[in-house]
Write a protein that binds this ligand. Structure first.
Ligand SMILES: [Zn+2]
Length: 236
């Protein structure tokens, strides 16, 4: 009787163990199949919020009504733009170091094409310069940024030859502009304002180029979109 009870206990215990292991096996199989499914899905690219980036990020997005975190931000790595045979810049024009190096390469390529220097008429502009020197009427017009909202304050933007209006500029510099439109991205530069105020926040400015790095500038070039379109600024 006792022996039979012990045998029955072993039998029940065995059944329980078998049951548990089969459940574990099922869970394991489920997990495995889920993992397989995950690995079959391509990883999504990391989504960068260019508006939220730190002020000193090379890809920081600013435009009218979309300013810097610190309105009085000033970059710490500004360097003078060196004048040379292939690059002319007014005295005390500065850019951030990375952008200045890229500009030097861009101007060298420009010079090889045209035997003329690239001429920079404006680069870094401080908060106080933008606040005190740029007229209120220009800020209202949609041609000039308010202080704390300018790509020039980032130390990453420059104006070439002269800042007039699109028509006058292209009448004089169409050939140079066409070359820049095809080549500037290879050196990391992008024409921020090409599609008008509703899209980019400002009127079209064929003289204004902003450094974004080769990868992003090339992506915008290939997609034929502005940085503002890329970040969805129009929808802000
Ligand atoms: Zn500009």
């Amino acid at each position: 009787m006792v022996v039979r009870s012990i045998l029955r206990c072993f039998l029940l215990f065995g059944l329980v163990l078998w049951g548990c292991s089969s459940v574990e096996e099922e869970i394991f199989l489920d997990t495995w199949s889920v993992q397989e499914t995950i690995f079959e899905v391509p990883f999504e690219e990391e989504v960068i919020n260019y508006v939220q980036l730190a002020d000193d990020d090379v890809q920081k997005f600013v435009s009218a009504g979309q300013g810097l975190w610190d309105a009085q931000y000033a970059p710490e790595d500004l360097v003078s733009i060196p004048s040379s045979e292939h690059l002319k810049a007014g005295s005390n024009h500065r850019l951030r170091e990375e952008a200045a190096g890229a500009l030097d390469q861009l101007s060298l390529a420009f010079f090889e094409e045209f035997q003329k220097p690239l001429v920079v008429v404006s680069a870094y502009r401080s908060y106080s310069y933008q606040k005190n020197t740029i007229s209120e009427s220009c800020k209202q017009s949609g041609y000039c940024a308010r202080e704390g909202e300018s790509e020039h304050q980032l130390g990453l933007a420059l104006d070439l030859w002269e800042t007039t209006n699109e028509e006058k500029f292209l009448a004089k510099y169409q050939e140079y502009y066409d070359w820049l439109a095809e080549h500037a991205h290879m050196y990391g530069f992008h024409q921020s304002y090409q599609k008008g105020r509703e899209v980019d926040g400002y009127f079209i400015e064929p003289w204004h180029w902003r450094y974004l790095g080769v990868e992003l500038a090339s992506e915008l070039y290939e997609k034929s979109i502005t940085f503002a379109e890329y970040v969805g600024y129009g929808a802000l």
